[in-house]
Write a protein that binds this ligand. Structure first.
Ligand code: UFG
Length: 329
């Protein structure tokens, strides 16, 4: 039996593919390579294409004995989602419809879904619990919430069981040094900070210093991408054992400000990393910290790479070896 990973060439997808291969799972990847990189897929069967292409889905499900799906394929830029909501509804929501319909007709009844803290919007309190209200403040989060809800109704109607994993801030790179974070355009804090010691930018911009936090900069919950990947495997095992659909947060439970992140990166890289305070980026909540107690208690998730310094060190190792990202080193 094989696990189909949609979007398996992306940042979190490729680390999850690596974790599946490390436990000798058969893996099938579909990725349209709009954001993903084929070099990031370390094994398995690869199909280049889009999940909205129903002929491709027919082929992939016919050629492989798929028992479960891990679904990453989606657009995920908050700013872009506000400029072009149609793109996000089409790729994320319609894409999920195509996938779920194919799963239904093929009798595949297990899906692990890559969701986001953006489903909560501006949290009323931290740490954020899964039972807290979901009021997305951007189209990206809204489409992910719509996908979660769609899965719930596919479970009710067709018995397709799902686990939605709401990620906080993924960071770092695989310890094997082969895969890491390479987005185009890059918008994420850690790779942008590391572009300074790599000589690719003069300084890092701090988006706002007037937030109601101790140093005035936004606080986020950073988690090593391989700990995130491990949670997908636990969710898969739970569904294979006949478990019920569920929603879990994934974070470290600890918050770090933008200034603290830059300081840790200075320590790791030995570079002064100049920083310049700029205006706030619209839509950024002041503080996002997850409670991940539910997945720890119910699935025994045990994130082991919990020092921020170690997380940034893994990212730094990868970026030093791949200064231009994939395909260009
Ligand atoms: N930031 C800067 N300067 C930069 C880049 C980011 O100060 O050059 C700040 C942001 O304002 C934010 C923090 O660093 O306060 C982290 O920003 P990221 O863009 O790395 O991450 P976000 O918290 O904005 O986004 C993440 C995911 C999104 C998801 C969101 C909410 O990347 O996909 O969490 O769940 F939607």
């Amino acid at each position: 039996m094989a696990v189909l990973v949609t979007g398996g060439a992306g940042y979190i997808g490729s680390h999850t593919v690596a974790a599946l291969l490390e436990r000798n799972e058969s893996v099938v990847v579909i990725d349209n390579l709009q954001q993903g990189h084929q070099e990031a897929v370390l094994g398995g069967v690869f199909y280049k294409g889009d999940i909205r292409d129903t002929d491709l889905l027919d082929k992939v499900f016919a050629e492989n004995d798929i028992d479960a799906v891990i679904h990453f394929a989606a657009n995920s830029l908050v700013g872009e989602s506000m400029q072009n909501p149609g793109k996000y509804y089409h790729n994320n929501v319609f894409g999920a419809i195509c996938l779920l319909e194919k799963m239904k007709t093929s009798g595949v009844k297990k899906i692990i879904f890559s969701s986001t803290a953006a489903t909560y919007g501006e949290p009323e309190s931290v740490p954020v619990l899964e039972s807290d209200p979901t009021n997305p403040t951007n189209t990206y989060g809204e489409t992910k919430l719509a996908m979660e809800k769609m899965m719930k109704w596919f479970d009710v109607a067709h018995g397709v069981k799902f686990v939605a994993l709401r990620y906080f801030n993924a960071a770092g790179a695989h310890e094997n040094g082969q895969i890491g974070e390479d987005h185009s355009p890059e918008t994420h804090l850690v790779p942008l900070i590391l572009q300074v010691p790599l000589g690719q930018r003069e300084h890092i911009a701090i988006y706002g210093e007037d937030y109601p936090t101790p140093d005035g900069t936004c606080i986020r919950d950073y988690l090593h991408v391989s700990d995130l990947a491990d949670a997908h495997i636990l969710a898969l095992d739970m569904l294979r054992e006949g478990g019920e659909s569920n929603v879990y947060n994934l974070g470290s439970g600890k918050g770090f400000s933008v200034k603290e992140m830059i300081e840790v990166a200075r320590k790791v890289t030995g570079h002064p990393i100049p920083a310049i305070v700029q205006a706030r980026r619209s839509g950024d909540p002041a503080v996002l910290i997850a409670s991940s107690d539910k997945i720890k208690q119910q699935l025994g998730w045990n994130p082991s790479r919990d020092s921020l310094e170690a997380i940034i060190q893994t990212a730094w190792n990868w970026h030093q070896k791949h200064p231009e990202g994939y395909g260009k080193q």
